[in-house]
Design a protein around this ligand. Structure first.
Ligand code: C2E
Ligand code: MG
Ligand code: MG
Length: 592
């Protein structure tokens, strides 16, 4: 390995000289025992110097120890002693030996720079090797950290760092991981790889432009670096993907702890120009040695776990599980056949009536997309919309749904059927598209449908992602006369102050509240509150997923304006929806 490949870490060399270890013990006897133990044998591998805690202050700053063992009776004084040692000895790795550490105390010690926490029982004879192994590992690790630092100073930095965020780049990440793996193998240590992907970053980039996107990435990188220790490594893989190496963890839960910390750090809003942006991140975790032995496998498995986190809605983390491999393949297959499905027009729309509770009449139809798969039969949107969103296929699909629904409604009118509204669901990504209003305008023009016969359904999260932009888009939609409903209301976290300002027409109460309306008083209360709130904002309230006459009756008593659900009709294929519009139904009698 050429020594001049500076910046790319080299494998640690075999050691020629003994390591010098400073033993700082609260209990003198113990200090003596540990020191003696380390120096045992004819050619000791360690030179140990023993001091009491009271002597820390008199240590030579940046003294030339390879490692420090700090042994305390109970956790209390450990923190103060650790700070002092770190202050005086700089980057020298410190191993803390204590008894009965609680999780919070351990966390504090780690944050103060303890490389390793050992229980006293773990290092008692005959379990000698653990202590030695831990010292060796901590020293090697510190040396690697030093190399990184030197590379920074020497200016090799550029070739190995991402110019935007200044994090190490993909190439550096790989060589460092390779090296840390060798080390972990040698010292029988665990190591974790985290794969991070920002949720919905593309939309922000597409709608607000690259400058905003770039600044967001820089801030993400900054927060990310704040979540890990000096000796860990965070790198930018490209785009909105980041990877992190956590070495020196003692159990998988340590990696989960860091993942939670990152999630929290990225939850705080980002302020870029006048925009207040909310950015989730999906994190996948793979562990060495359980989930892979080499760089490629560990990264691939962390990536697969990240996809699971994303599929479960994002803003969360997942550990890799062996069966995820199969799921990843399934997903890939789904993605490929979805691409074809759009070309082959394998989609159909079903229509579910929306009934006005006062008049008992059908006043609208919600268009719900289904995939008529040649082999698998009818597939429901929950199974393919998330993939379509992630891959961008939603744009083509969404355009098709919008145009087909508008054309259908126009056809019903041309056939002399009642004039109703057709409701079309927009996913977050469609809504964040550059010109959602143009799409709507074009569909109306092409079909000849009047704007007031179209309603767009949006989820809270789609609207709240960038409230400023949403406000503008919604206003434009209202200007051309299209109605706007907030779908699945109550599930997201919309800010009421925005809701007041958004020019929307309807709140659709999520079906999870409706389902347990009569069994869970809390859901009844939420439903009542949403209806009351809708009315005070001069919006219509529509309950979805209404299945029983009892639920219907409750909603009627609360003054709910519209309902949709199996109690009246499931989503229907076009011909049956047409029959329903033409026929004698509704069959449910709604008392006025
Ligand atoms: P959504 O917009 O909230 O649609 C209502 C869902 O509730 C539909 O599921 C409908 O079939 C179901 N539903 C209706 N009545 C009842 C009932 O009484 N009980 C129960 N348990 N469920 C009922 P579906 O068709 O599977 O659609 C699921 C979601 O997929 C939709 O939720 C919507 O968010 C999304 N989606 C559907 N079509 C499209 C589309 O064209 N574009 C986009 N972006 N998303 C779509
Ligand atoms: Mg809907
Ligand atoms: Mg809904």
């Amino acid at each position: 390995m050429g020594g001049m490949e500076l910046g790319v870490p080299q494998d640690p060399r075999p050691r020629g000289r003994p390591l010098s270890v400073l033993v700082l013990a609260e209990n003198e006897d113990e200090g003596r025992t540990i020191a003696a133990r380390l120096q045992r044998g004819g050619h000791p591998r360690y030179l140990a110097e023993r001091r009491g805690l009271g002597e820390i202050a008199s240590l030579v700053p940046n003294g030339t120890y390879d490692a420090v063992l700090l042994s305390v009776e109970d956790p209390g004084p450990a923190l103060a002693a650790l700070r002092l040692v770190r202050h005086t000895l700089g980057r020298t790795p410190v191993l803390v030996i204590a008894e009965g550490l609680e999780a919070a105390q351990a966390e504090l010690l780690r944050e103060e720079g303890a490389q390793e926490l050992l229980e006293r029982t773990e290092i008692q004879e005959p379990r000698v090797p653990l202590l030695e192994r831990t010292i060796d590992w901590a020293v090697e690790r510190a040396e690697l950290g030093g190399e990184l630092e030197r590379a920074r100073q020497v200016g090799m930095h550029l070739a190995h760092h991402d110019t935007l965020t200044d994090l190490p780049n993909r190439q550096f990440f790989r060589s460092r991981l390779r090296q840390l793996l060798a080390q972990a193998r040698r010292h029988k240590r665990l190591l974790a790889v985290l794969f991070l992907d920002l949720d919905r970053f593309k939309q922000i980039n597409d709608t607000l432009g690259h400058t905003v996107g770039d600044r967001l990435l820089v801030e993400v990188a900054r927060r990310l670096s704040g979540c890990i220790r000096e000796t860990d490594l965070a790198a930018r893989r490209g785009g909105d993907e980041f990877t992190v190496i956590l070495d020196g963890i003692r159990r998988g839960q340590d990696a989960a702890r860091v993942a939670r910390k990152i999630l929290l750090a990225l939850q705080r809003p980002f302020h870029v120009d006048q925009h207040e942006l909310f950015m989730g991140v999906s994190i996948g975790i793979s562990l060495f040695p359980a989930d892979g032995q080499d760089v490629e496998t560990l990264v691939k498995h962390a990536d697969i776990a990240m996809y699971r986190a994303k599929a479960q809605g994002g803003a969360t983390y997942r550990f890799f599980l062996p069966d995820m491999n199969d799921k990843a393949l399934e997903r890939l297959a789904l993605e490929q056949s979805l691409r074809l499905a759009i070309e082959r027009e394998e989609f159909v729309l079903h229509y579910q009536p929306r009934v006005d509770l006062k008049s008992g009449r059908v006043i609208g139809m919600e268009a719900l997309v289904r995939w008529q798969h040649p082999d698998l039969g009818l597939i429901y949107p929950d199974e393919f919309i998330p993939v379509a969103e992630e891959t961008g296929l939603i744009e083509g699909l969404g355009r098709w749904v919008l145009q087909t629904a508008c054309a259908q409604n126009r056809r019903w009118q041309d056939e002399g059927l009642p004039r109703i509204t057709v409701a079309v669901n927009f996913s977050a990504r469609q809504f964040q598209h550059k010109h959602p209003v143009d799409l709507v305008r074009r569909a109306l023009d092409k079909s000849g449908l009047a704007p007031d016969c179209l309603e767009i359904e949006l989820t809270e999260s789609a609207v709240m992602q960038d409230a400023a932009v949403a406000l503008e888009t919604l206003s434009e939609l209202r200007e051309i006369g299209v109605a706007v409903a907030i779908d699945d209301f109550g599930m997201g976290q919309s800010s009421l102050s925005y809701l007041k300002r958004f020019p929307i027409t309807t709140l659709k109460i999520d079906k999870t509240f409706v389902r347990t309306l009569l069994v869970d008083p809390k859901d009844a209360a939420i439903t009542e509150a949403i209806i009351a709130m809708a009315h005070s904002l001069r919006l219509r309230a529509c309950a979805e997923g209404v299945e029983t006459p009892q639920q219907l009756e409750f909603l009627r008593q609360q003054g709910c304006d519209e309902v949709q659900g199996y109690v009246f009709s499931p989503p229907l294929p076009v011909d049956r929806a047409t029959e329903l519009l033409a026929g004698a139904r509704p069959q449910i009698t709604v008392r006025a």
